[in-house]
Design a protein around this ligand. Structure first.
Ligand code: PPS
Length: 336
């Protein structure tokens, strides 16, 4: 365990939360060799995070950087594409480049954990934004566009301490749809082997990667008035995407006319994003399937709806989520 990292990293086994046994039972595989908890809220992270935690904490941040920050499955990719297109003056030609190359994922260096996979499958090659994402991002020219699922308390030190003020766009989504989407994603992309009921327990008991959910959301909601932070909601994007586009353009210091807003909203529609290879992660799913890395079917761009939880949650489970949500949102002014 890295001694010099500042976050009190502890192995999940040593900090057993109520459901950590389920995490270790159903969610250890070639992508996930173990878990740690970090920071004041005991954020769950894959153990490979330790390999780059110090580099990430020490990272040189630039005021021109633009971050999209989110809990997994809350509309990150959608927001990234919106932000990138606005910031790059609607360069739809440039947007044909694979999203992770132009908007890399900060803590994606999961191949540190792949060891035997790399020797078993030498035919798979991985770009640096996957093998060493922190280094890849450190060497990018400005303005950099950076995706992360890390909550405020674990962001690079210069952001936490306020010595740099990059633009941060945070996107949140209601807990039930987030959980359903996270379940499908975990089966399709991360090798989760349990059922939906157990996944919900893991979600509600703050035992999934990047949990706890509520302290994640609150760490940005409570900072929403900082001039460098914009707080968005998935549900607002579904309801009125043009308004969210305008608000985001304002935040990024860009002006768009009505026609440009309309064209961008069309580019960002679920159907267009589902068909867009630059953002739909179809290639990653194909690699997983071709190499039998994952035993699940589906698509990253799955259904893109609000309220899909109704089809899969029992009334009892839905009540549990509602009470949990009410308890955590009481007095915060946030409706989600
Ligand atoms: S990740 O892996 O954490 O980055 O995933 P993330 O991008 O946050 O979330 C994926 C969900 O967002 C949905 N999505 C969209 N919904 C509506 N419109 C558009 N354009 C859109 N693009 C992505 C995607 O379908 C996932 O949600 P679910 O509910 O699983 O369909």
């Amino acid at each position: 365990m890295a001694a010099d990292a500042p976050f009190n990293f502890v192995p999940v086994e040593a900090s057993l939360g109520k459901c950590d046994n389920l995490l270790l039972q159903y969610f250890l595989n070639q992508f996930r060799k173990g878990y740690i908890r970090a920071g004041p809220h005991k954020v769950v992270l894959p153990v490979y995070h330790l390999n780059f935690a110090k580099a990430l904490d020490d990272m040189e941040i630039r005021n021109e950087d633009v971050f999209v920050v989110s809990h997994p499955k809350t509309g990150t990719t959608w927001t990234q594409e919106m932000v990138w297109c606005i910031a790059n003056d609607l360069d739809y030609e440039g947007a044909k480049q694979f999203l992770p190359e132009r908007f890399p994922f900060l803590e994606h260096s999961s191949l540190f954990d792949y060891g035997d996979l790399l020797s078993r499958k030498p035919e798979i090659t991985f770009p640096e934004y996957v093998t060493d994402s922190v280094k890849f991002i450190s060497e990018l020219p400005s303005p950099r566009f950076i995706k992360t699922h890390i909550p405020w308390e674990l962001l690079p030190r210069q952001i936490r301490e306020g010595t740099r003020s990059p633009k941060i766009i945070y996107v949140a989504r209601n807990a039930k749809d987030t959980c359903v989407s996270y379940y499908h994603h975990s089966r399709l992309m991360e090798g989760y082997k349990g059922n939906f009921q157990d996944f919900c327990k893991l979600f509600l008991e703050d035992s999934l990667t990047f949990s706890p959910f509520w302290s994640h959301v609150m760490s940005f909601w409570n900072r929403r008035d900082q001039p460098n932070i914009l707080f968005l909601k998935y549900e607002d994007m579904k309801k009125d995407l043009p308004s969210v586009i305008r608000k985001t353009a304002d935040f990024l210091g860009k002006t768009l006319n009505d026609e440009q807003v309309e064209t961008l909203a069309d580019h960002l529609s679920f159907q267009n994003m589902k068909n867009n290879k630059a953002v739909n992660y179809e290639a990653v799913v194909e690699i997983n399937k071709a190499h039998n890395l994952i035993d699940a079917d589906g698509a990253f761009m799955r259904s893109g709806k609000v309220g899909e939880w109704k089809a899969v949650m029992t009334p009892e489970l839905s009540d549990l989520f509602d009470h949990w949500t009410e308890k955590n949102l009481a007095g915060t002014g946030l409706a989600l």
